[in-house]
Ligand binder design. Structure first.
Ligand SMILES: N[C@@H](CCC(=O)N[C@@H](CS)C(=O)NCC(=O)O)C(=O)O
Length: 232
């Protein structure tokens, strides 16, 4: 049996199946990216609920795996060379899982770079920008009187939606074939609903984004992933 005792996180969230990938997550957009990838790839894994409360995500056990104190993170007991590996940052985890399985990262070098380009776009664009919009629109909206931060992230979200809308002309998925780039991007489009910001960002004026998100949400793996690990 695999020994994961070198990872302090396993003391707080023990592995029932240490031979399986250990996922530490919560079903937020960044968490759902990784649960989607694990479901789509059919990899055996065990999901541990790590809430966004400081008591979980900023605990010494969790930060021993991700010093940045944010979900998602994972341990693959069967990493490179057969030795366990710990990983954080959803984009890096998606690339790792895609390379491990040879799935959802294209068939050629050209396709691979196209997909990586859109993963990076998501990590630097819609992830942080939509996330900040959510903060200023939904959570801190009432407390911040200055409209500048909210307008800034609203404008940037609208602009990014326009970019995605344009790229989706004539294609079902953001980088061509269904890939980890979609697993990264679509959960963030979905978050606009949770933030109550769909109308404000002009969601309905982006019919290709609407159809793209519907296509993504129709996948059985995605439906399962949206509730992994269960919130309750
Ligand atoms: N760049 C990171 C961002 C991760 C992230 O922002 N996670 C959020 C949930 S979606 C979190 O853990 N927040 C808790 C906190 O910031 O204290 C990634 O893509 O993995």
């Amino acid at each position: 049996m695999t020994d994961l005792s070198a990872f302090p996180i396993t003391r707080r969230w023990p592995a029932a199946h240490p031979d399986r990938i250990q996922l530490y997550s919560f079903p937020t957009p960044n968490g759902v990216k990784v649960s989607t990838a694990l479901e789509e790839m059919g990899l055996p894994y065990e999901a541990h609920k790590v809430t966004l409360a400081d008591a979980d995500v900023k605990s010494p056990e969790f930060t021993s795996l991700n010093p940045n104190g944010k979900i998602p993170a994972l341990i693959d007991p069967n990493g490179p060379g057969g030795a366990p590996i710990g990983l954080f940052e959803s984009g890096a985890i998606l690339v790792y899982l895609a390379e491990k399985t040879g799935n959802f990262i294209g068939e050629s070098a050209r396709e691979r770079y196209e997909i990586l380009q859109w993963v990076m776009f998501q990590m630097g664009g819609p992830g942080p920008m939509f996330g900040q919009l959510g903060f200023f629109w939904k959570f801190a909206g009432a407390k911040v009187e200055d409209p500048l931060p909210r307008d800034r992230y609203l404008g940037e979200t609208r602009r990014l939606l326009g970019v995605i809308e344009g790229v989706l002309e004539g294609r079902d998925w953001i980088a061509g074939p269904y890939s980890i780039a979609d697993m990264a991007l679509a959960p963030w489009l979905n978050a606009l609903d949770f933030y109550g910001a769909k109308e404000a960002v002009g969601w309905e004026e982006h019919p290709r984004c609407v159809a793209y998100l519907d296509r993504f949400l129709a996948r059985p793996a995605v439906q399962a992933a949206l509730n992994i690990p269960p919130r309750g």
